[in-house]
Design a protein around this ligand. Structure first.
Ligand code: NG1
Length: 545
């Protein structure tokens, strides 16, 4: 239901913010952005598009396998003041994008309609000389991380959905001016990339008058497709959290058989003692777009091939050209028709399925650590496909690099993590239904699930790093109920559940224990480690005179 709602368009900040105090603080930032926009572009903006980062409380590296996750939006966000350009040719769809942060240089680009032959020029586009088979091209360089790549990625979905000659559109996008500012640290696992992509898509949608009638779920799907243009084959966790979340709640977001999201209030306000989630940045920056081939995209491919291999070992039906996920393999094993899957008790199904994944245990135990997996040659053999078929189905759309591919570890992580998410959800739902104060035991249960999740991310998914592991250990020693890595990993942030009245002491202990924090100024420290409240999802603010 939450995924079917429209994207909110507000006319004042207090409609958008969870409380007046937050609205007052944000008003200063929004006004400053509007003033800067006028200075730079010589006219007033019409809207502000906003999308938050997110903290994933539990459920890591399972969204692309289509298992449910449990994120909450954070207060840190990307906001874009935007308006139709008064200088670029009408119908050119040209973009002038600037950023308040001087390290991100201003960029100008124009989407091109490309046919099989020569590139359609801006003038030709404006003169309506489009070809039905032409498609939009924004020229994103995936070899290096550039801030405007996310702006371009956000534009792609809007162009393809509403301005595609292939679907018979004769319309032309308006040229736009955009001014960005953001408070989500990049490369930290708090999803600055999804916030950039979602906020950009929203700006293009609203300026082209295409927002009406679009549901939150549709925007999530568009944003997921968009992210692929930046070279990352992500699931929908970040985009769903950024678009669908509401203040005070996390969401249980499910991806199969279709995208659904259930807002779940967190039990902390009524627990004794009250508790909050504290994010701590390891300050190890993981450049996901650049490391994708041996980190993120490799996990995507490992879990996809593991699904086929497991399917074969379980004698399940598989066609040579399909690419089922582990979630789909579970359904086939259950024999449940897809339409009935929501009714299936997924939790007990996973519990029954867990022994089956032993079948993936590496054939030769006792190899050196890291070498337990299979080589490319062995992987192709186990898939039952010819080398040509294998390359076409699993490697033609993605680049990966590894000496050994790990099926058993990754699959064990996926199913146990999916189970922990469902348990986490259950504890929260039970707490919600309980009258009166909640016992501390509730927090301990949630904390134990966070700890187990981290252990699995670290040892089975192998998406952590020594600094993040150290931060979780320090967090536990400083009194957290539980602590885990959040987001893609290989750096980035941890999230810890901490008693509210001990947050200051907790932060002081981490500062003392974690060497990279010792030299930080108060301001930088506040940026690196902070308690966070679940915030609202993406919205548009219509600016009136
Ligand atoms: P972050 O932490 O934003 O890079 C990534 C993926 C998610 C999810 C998590 C791991 C993107 C945009 N997002 O998140 O879909 O798979 O890793 O749980 O790649």
């Amino acid at each position: 239901m939450a995924a079917q709602l429209p994207i909110p368009v507000y006319t004042s900040l207090d409609q958008a913010m969870p409380d007046l105090q937050t609205a007052a603080v944000q008003a200063v930032r929004y006004n400053n952005l509007v003033e800067e926009f006028e200075k730079r572009f010589g006219h007033k903006p019409s809207y502000i598009a906003r999308a938050p980062g997110r903290v994933n409380l539990i459920g890591e590296h399972i969204d692309y396998v289509l298992f449910g996750c449990f994120p909450a939006a954070i207060e840190r966000d990307i906001i874009i003041a935007c308006g139709p350009s008064t200088s670029a040719p009408a119908g050119s769809g040209g973009v002038q994008a600037a950023n308040l942060d001087p390290k991100y240089k201003p960029q100008t680009f124009v989407p091109m309609l490309k046919t099989g032959g020569p590139t359609a020029t801006e003038e030709a586009d404006a003169a309506n000389t489009v070809h039905a088979e032409a498609s939009w091209e924004l020229d994103i360089d995936t070899r290096e991380l550039r801030w405007e790549s996310y702006v371009k990625a956000g534009y792609y979905g809007v162009l393809n959905r509403f301005f595609s000659p292939a679907s018979g559109s004769q319309e032309h996008p308006v040229p736009v001016d955009l001014l960005f500012t953001g408070s989500v640290p990049s490369g930290s696992g708090l999803s600055s990339s999804a916030a950039m992509g979602v906020a950009s898509a929203l700006a293009f949608l609203v300026l082209n008058d295409k927002l009406e009638g679009l549901s939150k779920g549709q925007l999530v799907e568009m944003a997921m497709q968009n992210e692929k243009h930046v070279g990352v084959n992500s699931g929908g966790l970040d985009q769903a959290a950024s678009v669908i979340c509401t203040p005070h709640s996390a969401i249980f977001v499910n991806f199969y058989p279709k995208l659904t999201a259930e807002p779940i209030p967190l039990p902390t306000p009524r627990t004794i003692p009250r508790a909050v989630f504290v994010c701590a940045n390891s300050l190890v920056v993981s450049d996901k777009a650049v490391t994708a081939k041996f980190h993120y995209n490799l996990r995507v491919v490992e879990t996809l091939v593991a699904a086929r291999v497991l399917g074969r070992l379980l004698n399940l039906p598989l066609t040579p050209t399909e690419r089922p996920t582990l979630r789909v393999i579970l359904s086939r094993w259950l024999g449940t028709p897809e339409a009935d899957l929501e009714k299936e008790d997924v939790k007990s199904a996973i519990e029954r399925f867990l022994p089956e994944i032993q079948k993936l245990r590496p054939p030769r135990e006792g190899r050196n650590p890291g070498e337990e997996g299979v080589t490319m040659k062995e992987m192709i053999e186990l898939s039952g496909l010819s080398e040509e078929q294998f390359n076409e189905v699993y490697l033609s759309w993605v680049e990966v690099e590894a000496e050994y591919f790990q099926f058993y570890k990754r699959t064990r992580h996926v199913f146990t993590e999916a189970l922990r998410v469902l348990e986490f959800r259950e504890v929260c739902v039970r707490a919600q239904a309980t009258e009166g104060d909640l016992p501390e035991e509730t927090l301990k249960q949630l904390g134990a699930l966070l700890d187990a999740s981290h252990e699995s991310c670290s040892t089975l998914c192998e998406s952590s790093c020594p600094e993040v592991d150290e931060l979780t250990r320090l967090a536990k020693a400083a009194g957290a109920y539980g602590s885990r890595i959040t987001g893609a990993g290989w750096g980035g942030c941890t999230v810890s559940l901490v008693a509210e009245d001990r947050v200051e002491e907790f932060i002081a202990k981490i500062k003392e224990g974690y060497a990279p924090y010792r030299e930080l100024s108060e301001e930088k420290l506040h940026d690196a480690i902070f308690a966070t409240k679940p915030s609202s999802g993406a919205f548009v603010l219509k600016l009136t005179e």
